[in-house]
Ligand binder design. Structure first.
Ligand code: GLN
Length: 461
C-alpha cells in the first residue's frame, strides 16, 4: 500500500500537494506492521491507513513550517495529540502537505512553497487553506488527510475538490500541537473520500487531552454509521443563505432541487430565517485577525526559525527586519489589521462589537438547531476560482467565506459532502451543520445525503 501511494505521489509532483514525503520511514513502518501481522498480533484500528498531514500540525522530529519562511528549518519537538493517536492506532503518516501560510487564505496561493493545483482542472485552485490536504485525497495520494479549519479551511477545499471534509465541534479534537492561527476558532479537521473513513479517523483522534485546556471533556461516542437510514430527518435551510445575491444561480437551482429530493425521500425540509448572515464575514475577520496578531507575535526571529542576516541592529530593528523578511503579504496584512482592531482607541468599535455579533450568531444558531436535526446550506457560493483570479482583491476572497465561517463562530460541527457538477465542469458540495457534539448524527445525515446523491467523490486517477 505504501509503495502504491509513493508511486502515485511521484506521478503527481506537479500538483505541489506535498511539502515532504516520508518515504523511507513510511516503508519502515509498513514492514513493522507486516511483521506484527505475521506474529499474529492484533493491530490498531487504523492499521495500514495512509494519512497525509497538513504542515501546521506538529510531528516530532519532522519539519513543520505552516508554509511560512519564518519557520524555515524548524523541526517539531513533540507530536500533536492527533498525530500521537493516529500513530498509536497504527496509521502510517506519509508526508506533510502544503497549505496557505499559517492557514490564512482560501486558495493555497499564500504558501511560501507555491500554489497547489486542483487535480480536476490545473488552471484552478484547490481552495484553502488546507489545499494540499484536499488534493492529496482528491488525487488519490493517500487514504485520508488532516487539515485545520478556522473559517472553512477543511470544508471549502473539500467542496472545490469534490471530496468530503469535516470540521468537528470546537474542542472535540485536541489542538495540542496545532500551530495556532485564531485559537477560539481553530479545529483540526479530516478529509476523506467517504463518510466512513472520516468517521473512523475522528473516532481515533477525538476526545479529552490533558495537554489542551480547551478540549471538551465529553466522552467520545461511537461514530460507526447506522447501516439503515430509515430515520427521516428534520432539516432546515437558511433562506438568507439560499437567496444570497452572491450565490451562483446554477448552484442555487441545484440546492433547491436537492431539498425537494430530500423531501421526497421522507425528510422534512423547512426554511429558517438567519438575519445575521452579512455580518458573519466582518465579525470573523475582526476576531481572527485580532487573535492571529497575538498568536503570531511569538515569531520574532529569536525563538523560532528565520532571523535576519543583517548585523548591528538594535532589538526593535532586529524584530522588524526578521518579521518583515519571514512573513508573507497576507499574514502581514492580518497582523496589521488585528493589531489595529485591538488598539486602545478602536477596541470597542471593532473587537467588542464583533464579540457581540458572535454572541448573537451563537444564540440564533442554537435556537434553530434545537428545533431541527440539521441545517443544510451551500459550502461556498461558487466553484473553484481560477489561479490568480482573486489574489488582487482580498475582500472578494474573504466574502467567499460567507457560508463556512458561521460554524466556526458558533463552534458547531459542519461537514461538506460532494453534491453536483457545475456546467463549468467543477464539483460543488452541500454543507451540513448540527448542534455541538452531535457528530454522530452529522455523519449519519452526511452519509444519507451521499447515498442519495448521484455524484460520487471526485477521485482523479
Ligand atoms: N479562508 C479563511 C481565512 O482565510 C479560512 C481559513 C482557515 O479556516 N484556516 O481565514
Amino acid at each position: 500500500m505504501v509503495r502504491y501511494y509513493l508511486e502515485r505521489i511521484a506521478g503527481a509532483r506537479h500538483l505541489n500537494a506535498f511539502l515532504e514525503v516520508y518515504e523511507t520511514e513510511a516503508l519502515e513502518k509498513a514492514r513493522e506492521l507486516d511483521a506484527r501481522i505475521s506474529r499474529g498480533e492484533t493491530l490498531g484500528p487504523l492499521a495500514g491507513v495512509i494519512v497525509g498531514n497538513k504542515d501546521v500540525i506538529c510531528y516530532k522530529d519532522h519539519k513543520v513550517s505552516a508554509a511560512s519562511r519564518i519557520l524555515e528549518g524548524f523541526t517539531s519537538l513533540y507530536s500533536a495529540t492527533a498525530i500521537e493517536r493516529l500513530l498509536a492506532a497504527d496509521a502510517i503518516i506519509i508526508g506533510s502537505l502544503n497549505c496557505d501560510e499559517f492557514a490564512m487564505g482560501s486558495t493555497n496561493e499564500n504558501s511560501a512553497f507555491g500554489p497547489v493545483l486542483n487535480a480536476l482542472d490545473t488552471t484552478r485552485v484547490p481552495g484553502g487553506s488546507s489545499g494540499g490536504s484536499a488534493v492529496a485525497v482528491q488525487a488519490g495520494l493517500c487514504h485520508v488527510s488532516l487539515g485545520s479549519d478556522t473559517g472553512g479551511s477543511v470544508r471549502q477545499p473539500a467542496d472545490f475538490c469534490g471530496i468530503v471534509g469535516l470540521k468537528p465541534t470546537y474542542g472535540r479534537i485536541s489542538r495540542y500541537g496545532l500551530i495556532a492561527y485564531a485559537s477560539s476558532f481553530d479545529q483540526i479537521g479530516i478529509f476523506g473520500r467517504n463518510i466512513a473513513d472520516v468517521a473512523a479517523v475522528l473516532q481515533v483522534i477525538a476526545g479529552p487531552d490533558e495537554f489542551d485546556s480547551t478540549v471538551a471533556q465529553q466522552e467520545v461516542p461511537d461514530y460507526q454509521l447506522s447501516p439503515a437510514h430509515n430515520k427521516s430527518y428534520k432539516i432546515a435551510y437558511l433562506k438568507d443563505a439560499l437567496y444570497h445575491e452572491g450565490l451562483d444561480t446554477e448552484m442555487r437551482a441545484a440546492y433547491t432541487g436537492f431539498f425537494e429530493e430530500l423531501e421526497t425521500a421522507g425528510n422534512t425540509v423547512t426554511a429558517a430565517d438567519f438575519a445575521y448572515l452579512d455580518y458573519v464575514v466582518p465579525a470573523y475577520y475582526v476576531l481572527t485577525t485580532a487573535e492571529a496578531s497575538s498568536n503570531l507575535s511569538r515569531y520574532d526571529g529569536v525563538k523560532f526559525g528565520h532571523r535576519t542576516a543583517e548585523k548591528n541592529l538594535d532589538l526593535t530593528e532586529f524584530y522588524k527586519k526578521s518579521r518583515s523578511e519571514g512573513f508573507g503579504k497576507e499574514v502581514k496584512r492580518r497582523i496589521l489589521l488585528g493589531t489595529f482592531v485591538l488598539s486602545a482607541g478602536y477596541y470597542d468599535a471593532y473587537y467588542t462589537k464583533a464579540q457581540q455579533v458572535r454572541r448573537l450568531v451563537v444564540d440564533k444558531l442554537s435556537e434553530i438547531l434545537s428545533q431541527y436535526d440539521a441545517i443544510l446550506m451551500p459550502t461556498v457560493p461558487c466553484t473553484a476560482f481560477k489561479i490568480g483570479e482573486k489574489t488582487e482583491d482580498p475582500i472578494a476572497m474573504y466574502l467567499a467565506d460567507i457560508y463556512t465561517v458561521l460554524a466556526n463562530l458558533a463552534g458547531v460541527p459542519a461537514i461538506s459532502v460532494p453534491l453536483r457538477r457545475h456546467s463549468n465542469g467543477m464539483p460543488f458540495g452541500v454543507q451540513i451543520i448540527t448542534k455541538q457534539f452531535d457528530e454522530a448524527n452529522l455523519l449519519n445525515i452526511a452519509d444519507h445525503v451521499m447515498q442519495m446523491n448521484s455524484v460520487k467523490p471526485s477521485i482523479v486517477d
